[in-house]
Design a protein around this ligand. Sequence first.
Ligand SMILES: Cc1cc2nc3c(=O)[nH]c(=O)nc-3n(C[C@H](O)[C@H](O)[C@H](O)COP(=O)(O)OP(=O)(O)OC[C@H]3O[C@@H](n4cnc5c(N)ncnc54)[C@H](O)[C@@H]3O)c2cc1C
Length: 412
Amino acid sequence: MTTTDLIIIGAGPGGYRAAEYAAKQGLKVVVFEGDEVGGTCLNVGCIPTKTYVHSANFAEARERMAAVVPQLRQGVEGILSNPNITLVREKARFVDGHTVEASPSGEVWRGVNIIIATGSETKIIPVQGLDDPRLVDSTGLLALESLPKRLCIIGAGVIGMEFSSAFQRFGSDVTVIEFLKECLPALDSDIAKRLRKTLEKKGITFKMKTAVQNLADIDADVILMATGRKPRVQTDFANAGFEYDERKGVTVDENFETTVKGIYAIGDVNGRQMLAHAAEMQAIRVVNHIIGKKDGIRFDVMPAAIFTSPEAACVGPSEDQLKERGIAYTCRKSFWRANGKALAMGDAEGLLKLFVGSDGLILGCHAYGAHSADIIQEVSVLMCKDTTVGELADMVHIHPTLSEILLAAAEG
Ligand SMILES: Cc1cc2nc3c(=O)[nH]c(=O)nc-3n(C[C@H](O)[C@H](O)[C@H](O)COP(=O)(O)OP(=O)(O)OC[C@H]3O[C@@H](n4cnc5c(N)ncnc54)[C@H](O)[C@@H]3O)c2cc1C
């Protein structure tokens, strides 16, 4: 048995970022990866889907995915070739709170600290006909070699909406079935509705407030199950003794430490914020905690984007959530159609809602429209620095840019 400073289980954005940063701090790290390095994000998530979003047709999307994914994977292999890192290309299972066994070799490693970064998997809802050969999850959809004529997507969350937008553009006849009243529940419902209407005008059929009972009733060539993801917990977690839940994931505190000291869980497996950038920043926090360094990472300011066409993005609570929580706010709106750059680009569809507290502090911002993710990133930075709307209104923005949409909202 070999002892090391840090064992990391999983080499997705959480795991490889933790390994890279820990190795830089001089820790000896062992990373276990049972599949390709890069995790869901690089192999079957963020990156491949964005090649679909940014390609004109299905053939081009597949070609770009086939080029971009291995290129980025090589980059991660490079990160993990640091002399302080040992990459074990096997699955890991807990023997006890400090010991992990590799499968199938049976090699045993002991870690002073352990980070679980095993990610998540598709959540399948219990409907009839799950053995239907037309049914795929997001990974299966990305593996399709030919464009489906009729695609039905169950679930209007981020994954469902992004694929609906891309496949409609490629020429599929797309129908989205959603149980809830509105798509994208984390997004401001006003913005979500406008985005859905825009996509409807482009030709996507939305069946809202509709529950799928039996897949056999669906008239489509391919059915995508996009009903969310669940943390990837393993039965051997019980050997380590920390608290976890099959549905909610591993219980962690503000340093992402589990209920057993020295064992941490980052990224999708803790079920907090299932986003690649959240996993990466949680990785940094954990390593800082291990080496006793304080950081100023603001996990309460977590921007997110939905790469439909046009894209949508948000940071902080939506107007619906502010109302629910009884928080006093004002909402300042700004439209893409009033922005010179947007008009010049021919992308005049979009709305930004900036929420301001009674003390003037920026509480959040939700938007849809071309490059809204970049605008929301600016708001995130301002929120991290507790900026007031008055201070934002005093900041010079380049003309003509889409960032002036934010400035216009701040000026009221
Ligand atoms: C279709 C899709 C699109 C997405 N788009 C975006 C996006 O645009 N932006 C965004 O921020 N997020 C996006 N996400 C979410 C993002 O992919 C995840 O939040 C992110 O990958 C989580 O990182 P992670 O490190 O926690 O886990 P993962 O990336 O899932 O990595 C976990 C790794 O652990 C390995 N593993 C699991 N168990 C073991 C074990 N016992 N032993 C060894 N290895 C193990 C797995 O093989 C995997 O490589 C998307 C997800 C999907 C499915």
